[in-house]
Design a protein around this ligand. Structure first.
Ligand code: GLA
Length: 757
């Protein structure tokens, strides 16, 4: 709900309030973002108190307002020049380098839904919007701040628009989606950082005076620093305490700034990265920022993540996919790399179909001259020596196995060794007269150009209309040599953002033309894991690293802001192709099934025993697929060196127990505790029967084989589960096997199904 009362604005969601007011000087002053406060609550005016503090050397607003120091006012969208020397949400240059502006209240509008368009389009069904229009005190320059509130999800969607009515041109240098000022700095900052194959690892640090920048300059949202940031109270954890999430719906260069001012005030700004950015606004033109998602939880990080997950599935992901159960894939990349023939992939597909896999994904190497990664990108015509009957022949054969047919594309890229480059060298991002830098021997097409977009729309349309059901959209290098030769280019600083706008318009056209194709985004693994990508592709390739131990960290960080249904996870070969770690087949499965399960290994090299294990895994996953893909995710208390994850739907909960290392002679049982279990309910808990391979036990196999393996299946009250937890069956640790002994290796995973009885 959104209300205005005497110049105060109240945005309320189920558990949060966002309060602002028009200050005596006309500025929009931030009052509160946190737990819910009714707009009628007595004493609301006491939250900030009157302006009765003078600052020693501060700059006050003007002689009539000697107590108004913008540097200590909590604001909604700060600009430089009138005393606030903290980070600015907007820097707009005009008349040869002037940057001072001063926005004060002009008008506002509150309405149901969301009537403004920004790509990617986020649905506003059932939401309410507040639009605040501010005007510079002197110049006809306007700022529109938009707040769309989603009550059930505790989410506020924010964006800003700047609009120039001066005769002079304005050069935008910094434009932010949102700014949030908070009155104290007792917060920790959590960010999600990494590199290729170790994306989105979680980092937490206390705030201290100064500015922390979290950003990407890679042209894409990047695996180095995700645009998701959390502020959490020092005592907050997965299930307790206050936490705020901020994320941008943007796939390009982003920046999140977190400042602690000399007065201990916190300012968070989420923007397009000012690095290399500039945008010209002529008279009558306006610029809309990307949108940002803001969410608050008073009961810990899991609750915050659950709100973000629900919001993404309901409003960001295209509606038909939000709750859709996604197919189990087999991808040929790590099975064959470039070395495949149609015969080979059809054999792989046939085996996959026989174990219950539902989608075949033909990865890189099926087109043009693409026999290795030095060539062929840009030429989206089928290579007949690989697929003699073309793409439709491939799709028909896959369909005849009862599977869906998927294809890999990397449309944004070009190889110099390609027909496309020979015809259109000017379509590549490169600076005339400078040798361009390369990444994986490839270059980037200039998606700020309308002719490039048209070419890609046509060539992708022809690929997608060949009976294709699924597309993996990849992008395997970062931007360099920033230059556009577009005939429409007005200013080189516009390239980064125009590239992303071009990409979004292309994806918008393609997803509208092919609404039933399931898209998956990928970028050297997880280099483009952001809400903008998710708006077009409901799922993404989380990382090229599929090792269970690495994945526990990567999936954990990813799940902080992105839903289970967005995470495509594959069981791959052991030793792992990224780090050579050996992990049991059942353990690889246990971690991969938290999200959208797939396989990416040569099934034809597996034994019958292994194939029958995979068949059982798939049957288990299918029986619980909706829970794994769309359930509510929780961290449970860890115990005795193991992590516990849970995913909960209305009728069941699946629990993962994961250990990096097997202990020895620990002398105690590991415990499973579910703090939020319903105390008045009795639960059944069943351990998923796991297959133990003879090779894993070596000489000890005989002893293991001779014991009777008791299944673990119990009934227990929610009060016990919540308050004390239960002892899990003992692990093998050097003293032989008892009927209840479990085998859990290093990097080991066990699953439990919990139901209310
Ligand atoms: C990237 C992806 C991989 C695979 C290769 C193909 O590295 O992350 O999954 O598709 O490209 O070249």
């Amino acid at each position: 709900m959104i209300e205005e009362r005497k110049g105060w604005f109240f945005i309320s969601t189920r558990h949060s309030s966002y309060i602002m007011r028009i200050s005596p000087t006309g500025h929009i002053e931030h009052i509160h973002y946190g737990g819910y406060i009714p707009s009628s609550a007595e004493g609301i005016g006491q939250i900030q108190g009157p302006d009765d503090i003078r600052l020693g050397d501060g700059t006050y607003y003007d002689e009539d307002h000697q107590h108004t120091f913008l540097s200590r006012m909590l604001q909604e969208y700060s600009v430089p020049g009138k005393g606030d020397t903290r980070e600015s949400a907007l820097i707009a240059e005009y008349r040869n380098g002037l940057i001072t502006l001063d926005f004060i209240y002009h008008s506002h509008r509150i309405y149901s839904g969301k009537d403004y368009a920004i790509l990617p389009q986020v649905s506003g069904d059932g939401a309410d919007t507040l639009e605040l229009t501010l005007r510079d005190t002197v110049l006809p320059v306007y700022l529109v701040l938009r707040y769309t509130s989603y009550e059930e999800e505790d989410v506020i969607l924010r964006s800003a628009e700047i609009w120039n009515e001066m005769d002079d041109e304005v050069l935008l240098r910094t434009v932010s989606s949102m700014m949030l000022d908070l009155p104290d700095s007792e917060w920790d900052l959590m960010t999600f950082d990494g590199a290729w194959a170790r994306e989105r690892n979680e980092y937490r640090r206390p705030l201290a005076p100064g500015v922390v920048y979290v950003d990407s300059k890679l042209g894409f949202s990047s695996c180095e620093h995700n645009s998701l940031v959390f502020l959490l109270r020092p005592d907050a954890d997965d299930s307790h305490g206050e936490a705020i999430a901020i994320n941008q719906i943007y796939s390009g260069n982003h920046q999140e700034r977190v400042e602690v001012s000399p007065f201990g005030l916190v300012r968070v700004i989420a923007s397009i990265n000012p690095f290399g950015f500039g945008w010209k606004l002529g008279k009558g033109e306006s610029f809309r920022s990307p949108e940002a998602v803001l969410s608050y939880s008073c009961s810990g990080l899991d609750k915050l993540s659950a709100s973000l997950h629900r919001f993404a599935e309901r409003y960001i992901v295209r509606s038909q996919y939000g709750q859709m159960d996604r197919p189990i894939a087999i991808n040929n990349w790590e099975a064959t790399y470039f070395d495949f023939t149609e015969e080979k992939i059809m054999k792989l597909a046939a085996t996959a179909a026989s174990v219950g896999i539902e989608l075949f994904v033909l990865d890189d190497g099926w087109f043009g001259r693409r026999t290795n990664d030095t060539r062929g990108l840009g030429d989206w015509t089928v290579n007949r020596s690989k697929l003699p009957e073309g793409l439709s022949g491939y799709a028909d054969k896959i369909h005849s196995l009862g599977m869906k047919a998927g294809i890999w594309v990397e449309p944004e890229m070009v190889s110099m060794d390609s027909e496309l480059y020979e015809k259109h060298p000017e379509w590549m991002i490169a600076i005339p007269g400078r040798r361009p830098s390369a990444g994986r021997h490839q270059y980037i097409l200039d998606l700020s150009r309308a002719d490039v977009i048209e070419y890609l729309f046509q060539s992708m349309s022809s690929v997608f209309s060949s009976g294709i059901d699924y597309v993996k959209w990849d992008a395997n290098r970062n931007m360099s040599d920033y230059f556009t030769s577009s005939p429409d280019a007005r200013f080189q600083g516009e390239l980064f953002h125009r590239y992303i706008q071009g990409l979004y318009s292309l994806l918008d056209r393609l997803t509208s033309a092919f609404p039933d194709i399931l898209f998956e985004f990928c970028s050297s693994g997880g280099n483009r894991y952001d809400l903008g990508a998710l708006a077009f592709s409901p799922q993404g390739w989380v990382s090229d690293d599929t090792d269970a131990m690495e994945r526990m960290r990567i999936q954990n960080g990813t799940l902080r802001g992105y839903p289970l249904s967005s995470m495509s996870n594959h069981v791959t070969a052991s030793p792992n192709h990224q780090n050579l770690r050996r992990t049991g087949l059942e353990d690889r499965f246990g971690v991969a099934c938290f999200g959208v399960l797939g396989y990416e290994l040569d099934l034809n090299k597996l034994s019958d025993e292994e194939l029958s294990v995979i068949k059982n895994q798939i049957a288990f996953y299918k029986a619980h697929r909706h829970t794994f893909q769309h359930g509510t995710f929780h961290h449970l208390p860890s115990s005795d060196g193991a992590l516990f994850w849970a995913v909960e739907s209305s009728d069941e909960m699946i629990i993962l127990e994961y250990q990096e290392r097997n202990g020895v002679n620990t002398g105690r049982h590991r415990r499973l505790r579910i703090p939020f279990a319903d105390r008045d309910t009795v639960y059944s808990i069943e351990r998923r029967g796991k297959h133990v391979f003879r090779e894993d036990l070596g000489d000890l196999w005989k002893d293991y084989e001779s014991v009777l393996h008791e299944p673990f299946s119990i009934r227990v009250s929610g009060a016990v589960l919540a308050e004390a937890g239960i002892a899990l069956p003992p692990l093998f640790m050097g003293r032989g096997f008892e009927p209840a002994t479990r085998v859990l290796m290093d990097n080991g995973a066990d699953l439990y199904v919990v139901r209310k009885t």
